[in-house]
Design a binder for this molecule. Structure first.
Ligand SMILES: Nc1ncnc2c1ncn2[C@@H]1O[C@H](COP(=O)(O)OP(=O)(O)O)[C@@H](O)[C@H]1O
Ligand SMILES: [Mg+2]
Length: 333
């Protein structure tokens, strides 16, 4: 498979009156064409800031991408002039958010918002754009699309608005769709419908996706590869099945243990105790050590790098000094 995007040492800080926020701390990864990457981690772990950094949307000041590269189809997005980055955002990378109301313009009809993008980016005339917009709305499962296209956002339900956002995102055939907590505000049934829809669209259109959620269950249901973030670091990364089968980071274990495991009821619960880290300090130790049930002395001295795991899948990486397999055996006796 071909590489679509390579993120290298991406580092983003916010310089606030209360101090520097170390939001994203030198993360690196490769996204392949057509791959769905899930990004999971608790609130404040840097998931959104990582995505906004890629998209060139960090508010500055107070924010700044201080280091790194985002090579997307041969160009470093972080070095593109603003006007060129705007074109990339419209046409090559689309992003959908938790609350479509913040991205949909309340005073324009749904149709107008989609057709504008089609006219601007694909040079369609009004008629072509309208036909395409109806097609897109039908494709995302909006019944009576030829009528609903003239509705305003507030006339749509939450689930329908999210579908409209997806239609808008897909209008220019992006190579990459970034979804940030796209189903978080929706109830479970609607959430499942949207995920089904996105899976079908992905198959049909062949685009890559970055699916961001604090909910590992949601992420696992859609991703090929999962990346776990903690304190602005990637602490574990693996093909989704490996992450479940052969978990190597205590934080990931904690996330998994908060999900119902009908298949393995004998695994003891290891709840994540304590509070999330203060993002205004760059840790010199493992940032998870204060909450880790397996921490040893080294964990308090050195922040472990993200490295291939021993005796595991070749694409499985973890940032942990401890052999979690052994530590769990000891705990279980
Ligand atoms: N505009 C901002 N100004 C200051 N700090 C910010 C800003 N946006 C995000 N942060 C901080 O960056 C860190 C990462 O946030 P974020 O990426 O939004 O987390 P999440 O994983 O929940 O998406 C948090 O500590 C957050 O408070
Ligand atoms: Mg977020």
């Amino acid at each position: 498979m071909t590489v679509l995007m390579e993120v290298k040492n991406l580092t983003t800080r916010f310089f606030t009156d209360e101090g520097t926020v170390y939001a994203v701390n030198g993360i690196s990864y490769v996204l392949r064409e057509g791959e769905t990457l899930g990004v999971v981690g608790e609130s404040g772990s840097g998931k959104s800031v990582h995505a906004m950094s890629i998209m060139g949307l960090i508010p500055s000041p107070p924010g700044k991408v201080t280091e790194g590269e985002v090579i997307f189809r041969g160009r470093d997005l972080l070095k593109l002039p603003k006007n060129q980055m705007r074109l990339v955002r419209g046409a090559e990378i689309a992003m959908i958010f938790q609350d479509p109301m913040t991205s949909l313009n309340p005073v324009l009809t749904i149709g107008r918002q989609i057709t504008e993008a089609l006219q601007l980016h694909l040079g369609m005339d009004r008629r072509e754009a309208r036909n395409r917009a109806v097609e897109l709305l039908a494709m995302v499962g909006i019944p009576g699309a030829e009528k609903r296209i003239d509705d305003y956002p507030h006339q749509f339900s939450g689930g329908m608005r999210q579908r409209a956002m997806i239609a808008m995102g897909l209008s220019c055939n992006p190579q990459l769709l970034i979804a940030d907590e796209a189903t978080t505000a929706l109830d479970v049934t609607i959430q499942a419908q949207i995920i089904d829809l996105v899976k079908r669209l992905r198959e049909k259109l062949g685009m890559a996706m970055i699916w961001i959620s604090h909910d590992l269950g949601v992420v696992a249901s859609i991703s090929d590869t999962v990346q776990v973030m903690y304190a602005g670091y990637i602490v574990e990364r693996a093909p989704v099945n490996e992450l479940y089968k052969d978990t190597r980071h205590p934080y990931t274990l904690g996330l998994l243990n908060s999900l119902p495991r009908l298949d393995q009821p004998d695994i003891p619960l290891i709840p994540i105790t304590g509070s999330p880290p203060d993002m205004r300090e760059l840790p010199t130790q493992c940032p998870f050590a204060p909450r880790c049930p397996f921490a040893v002395e080294k964990c308090w001295q050195e922040n472990p790098p993200l490295l291939p795991v021993e005796g595991g899948h070749p694409e499985h990486l973890a940032a942990c000094w401890v052999d979690v397999r052994e530590a769990r055996r000891n705990v279980n006796g």
